[in-house]
Every structure is written in C-alpha cells, then in structure tokens.
Design a protein around this ligand. Sequence first.
Ligand code: FE
Ligand code: FE
Ligand code: ZN
Length: 297
Amino acid sequence: MELIIGSHVSFNKDEQMVKSVKEALSYKANTFMFYTGAPQNTKRVELDESLALEAKKMMEEKNIDINNVVIHAPYIINPANDKNRDFNINFLKQEISRAHFLGINKLVLHPGSHVGLGVDKGIENIIEVLKAAIIDDNDVDICLETMAGKGSEIGRTFEEIKRIIDGVDNKHIKVCLDTCHINDAGYDLANFDKVLDEFDAIIGLDKLSVVHINDSKNEINTHKDRHENIGYGYIGFDNLIKVIYHEKLKGIPKILETPYTGTDKSYPPYLFEIDMIRNKKFNSNLINDIEDYYNKC
Ligand code: FE
Ligand code: FE
Ligand code: ZN
C-alpha cells in the first residue's frame, strides 16, 4: 500500500477546495487537510457546489482518495468549557454538515480546555457537546486530537481521550494522533512501539483515523505545543520515519503541520519535507533548499 502523506493547505473564498487540491498537488502530496474558514474565527463562506465538484474531479484524476482528506474544526470551539455551549454545538453541527457537503469524512477536533473547571467537568462538557452535535445519518467521523497538555487542555493522555469516547459511545468518534503533541505530553517517540501498544490497550488502534506528523521545538513532557520542521526538533528524523512507515499505521493519512520557513515565514516546507520522507533520507540543507526554490518562483 502506498504511503498516504500530505499537509495542511489553504482554502479560500473564491476557489474553495479547488485551491486546496492545487496546493496539495504542488507539494506532490496524495492527501491534505484544511480549515473551511479561518481557524481562529467563525466566519464561514457559503460552500459552492460546482467548485466542490471541480475539486473532486481533480482529485480523481490525480489519485487523491477523498476518504483520506481531512478537515480541521476551528480551535475557537471549546467543548470542554460550558461557556457558549449552544454556540459550540451549533457550530460543530455546521462543520459536520460542511464536511459532508464536500464529501469529506474526517473532521479533526481539539477536545478543548477546561479553563479552571477541572478535568472531570471538562470531559463531561465535551461528552455533552459531542452527543448533541453528532449527526448519525451521515458518515463524518469526529477525530479527537491528542493534545500537548498546554494550560488546561484535555486530551493530554490516552486515558482522557478514552473517557470521552466511552462517554459519547458513538461509532463516529475517532482519534487523531499528533506526534508533537504526544511528545510534549510525555510519550516517548523513541520507543514508538511501546506508545502504540499503550494506545491500542487503552483506546484501540481501530479508532485511529488520522496522524499529524510534526517534530517538536521542545523536549518530551514540556506541555508546550510548538511544532518544528521534520528532523529539526527533539523527536528527530529517524523516530518520525518509524511512525510514518509503521506497519500498524498503514493506510492511515499522515498530515504535516510543520512551520513555514524564510525570514517572513512565507515559504511552505511541505514539498521538501514530503520528498525527504519519501526518500527516507534527512536533508540537512532543508531550509536553504526551500528558500532557493520559492525565491525562484
Ligand atoms: Fe490540531
Ligand atoms: Fe495537530
Ligand atoms: Zn499543535
């Protein structure tokens, strides 16, 4: 089976998902992830049916399986806190409908931060929001992301994710594993087999639906959540390659969310990172190669 690898890409008002597909193809990716609007606000443009069809046609032609494509819900939704509960529920419902409209069945969601309410109450809130928002008669899965544990973030352990899954008790609840986040949460990526065994024992590998591939700017267990380019952080190239090519993760889309490079952070690293990953060979000149390439464009 072919490696399914892509990155975060943009989506805009005028071209919508067509823009996302074009960008993914420019990185030689065979999947991608996007927000259907700004991640930090709730303004959402109306989705255009003909653009969605055009994007789907492009994907078919270029062998991008839409079942591997991912939408990320905006992080403004905080289901762990009971402030704005109705808004959160309605917004999440709308995101599910938008994913369904576009033909995408993976929606990544941060469990949120309890902001002083405590983990138990936070988890209770998340369960309530998810139960109210899930639309049973469509095929969109909500993939809860494992978090770094910054501040009062919930989802910093597999046990917390499992409690949410059990509480909601719906087949549409799945998981997105983020390598930077689990490193920062205290899981040792140098011993990934053990991490995966733990994941399997607590949550179950059948729930794993998306993997975010990021290096980390910080050491294990620092609860920071700052992504680094592949091979340039504390997780390291070899450990990330082991995750990407792990036998048990075959068929699961791998999505890069590593930082842009260059002086004004305007160069996407993904073409070069994907190349490095496909070759399984670390490029110690990555940052310069990216700069040279985009300066010529
Ligand atoms: Fe995320
Ligand atoms: Fe992530
Ligand atoms: Zn992150």
